[in-house]
Design a protein around this ligand. Structure first.
Ligand code: AMP
Ligand code: MN
Ligand code: MN
Ligand code: MN
Length: 277
């Protein structure tokens, strides 16, 4: 099987590595087909496409778009997208604007919780203009307020906690439309991370499919065997293609590495059959 990784982040969103560093790392890890899928931005891609060609790595254009479904924040990966498509660009712009507003509100919440100058301090961690909750988490770790990123999320950045602001993302149907308009393939990212019952996940997946969604991420760096089995079953039941991606962010203390994904089950249609290799 070809070594593929269809979910990764650069410092254009909340990854640590620059696009060039990420491509070098992917190549040296044995990855042959890579998708960069930054949160709500495709701005890393022109530079990445150029460099991928120079080093002979097959780069698939990608993005990970936040979406709303009922009270949940869902992530939809779009692969093989036309990065010049106006519908996609406009949609992402809307999310980028929301992120900028949300960051100001998050900072206000953190200031009320006693943290000094959270906005200014967090901006120091933002490398390419796009601000995420991860940047706030890095700041709070750096300030010595929490011991690691996971702890920050638990104490400040979810639910009704001081630093969280409810996501006002486009509806899942609309997000799938942006991806399809750009000629891409829409995939539900890390389906087992939403803390949903299986029935609810099935309803979500059905809604996604009715909207024109094509695939589901069966394999990530952290998916457990029983989850792989369950998601394979769901994909077969709803006739979805299977994707595989590490969700690599390049954080120092993470055990997630590139080039180490387990193969997809053989009874399922793999996404890479969609792309020219
Ligand atoms: P945002 O898109 O700005 O809401 O930030 C979401 C990002 O935060 C995700 O893509 C993850 O990278 C990160 N994240 C969310 N929850 C956690 C957690 N519990 N621990 C570490 N990182 C997390
Ligand atoms: Mn992230
Ligand atoms: Mn995600
Ligand atoms: Mn991701």
């Amino acid at each position: 099987m070809i070594n593929c990784d269809f979910h990764s982040h650069t410092n254009y969103s909340d990854g640590f590595l620059s696009p060039i560093e990420l491509l070098d790392y992917a190549k040296s890890s044995g990855v042959k087909n890579l998708a960069i899928t930054d949160h709500d931005t495709i701005n890393a891609l022109p530079q990445a496409q150029k460099y991928a060609q120079e080093i002979g790595l097959n780069l698939i254009t990608g993005v990970e778009i936040s979406a709303s479904w009922r009270q949940y924040d869902i992530h939809i990966v779009g692969l093989n997208i036309d990065i010049k498509n106006p519908t996609l660009i406009q949609g992402l712009k809307r999310h980028q604007d929301f992120r900028a507003e949300r960051a100001i509100k998050m900072a206000r919440g953190l200031a009320n919780a006693g943290i000094k100058n959270p906005y200014e301090k967090t901006l120091k961690f933002v490398k390419q203009g796009m601000i995420t909750r991860t940047h706030f988490a890095q700041m709070l770790v750096n300030e010595g307020i929490c011991k690691d990123i996971k702890t920050v999320f638990k104490r400040y950045l979810v639910g009704n906690l001081a630093g969280n602001v409810k996501g006002e993302w486009a509806d899942i149907t609309e997000v799938v439309h942006w991806i399809n308009s750009a000629g891409g393939v829409a995939i539900i990212a890390h389906p087992t991370r939403y803390k949903m019952t299986h029935n609810k996940l099935k309803t979500l997946t059905q809604t996604f499919k009715n909207a024109g969604g094509k695939g589901i991420e069966i394999m990530t760096a952290t998916t457990k065997s029983y989850e792989i089995e369950k998601m394979t079953h769901l994909a077969l039941e709803l006739d979805l293609v299977a994707s595989s991606g590490s969700d690599y962010h390049g954080w120092d203390n993470s055990f997630v590495k590139m080039g180490r994904l387990k193969p997809l089950p053989s009874n399922i249609q793999a996404i890479w059959n969609y792309f020219d290799n």
